[in-house]
Design a protein. Structure first.
Length: 158
């Protein structure tokens, strides 16, 4: 039996969380927050960047769901989590999450991930996130995003 595609894993994870989402294939790349905002017709702040880190001591995958306009204060987030965060290379991201960089979705990962959501996203009712490929996105309410990922709210900027 064929393994499900990245996009199929996202849809299945959403269904498992009781959500029906529509993943939209865009004609152009949505790899960056700016490209995604242009394609989705929203502000860059309403784009969810899925940033993958590893805990330096625990080797745990840490997924930060960040507003498209924000830069993560890695040191502050690491202090909150109790360990330094490191950025894995693209091969490691794919091996540990099942997604390529630029298409990392907030749900549907192939392994365990700890999820944290940027507090700045709470001001929006609906946001746009990667749908498992660099040209696929979906909209979701912020509360559904939090519930589906089990993510904890966290301040991401200094």
């Amino acid at each position: 039996m064929a393994r499900p595609s990245s996009t199929e894993r996202v849809l299945e994870a959403a269904r498992s969380a009781g959500l029906e989402i529509d993943i939209v294939e865009m004609p152009a790349s949505t790899r960056t927050a700016e490209e995604a905002a242009a394609a989705c017709g929203c502000s860059v702040a309403e784009i969810v960047k899925s940033l993958v880190y590893l805990g330096a001591d625990s080797d745990t995958v840490v997924l930060l769901l960040v507003s498209g306009v924000n830069r993560v204060d890695e040191a502050a987030v690491g202090r909150h989590l109790g360990e330094t965060l490191t950025r894995p290379n693209g091969r490691t991201v794919r091996e540990r999450t099942g997604f390529a960089i630029g298409g990392v979705a907030p749900l549907g990962h192939i392994g365990e991930v700890r999820v944290f959501i940027d507090e700045d996203l709470a001001q929006y009712s609906t946001v746009w996130a990667a749908g498992g490929a660099p040209n696929r996105v979906f909209s979701i309410t912020v509360e559904d995003l939090r519930a589906a990922t089990g993510g904890a709210w966290l301040k991401m900027t200094g």
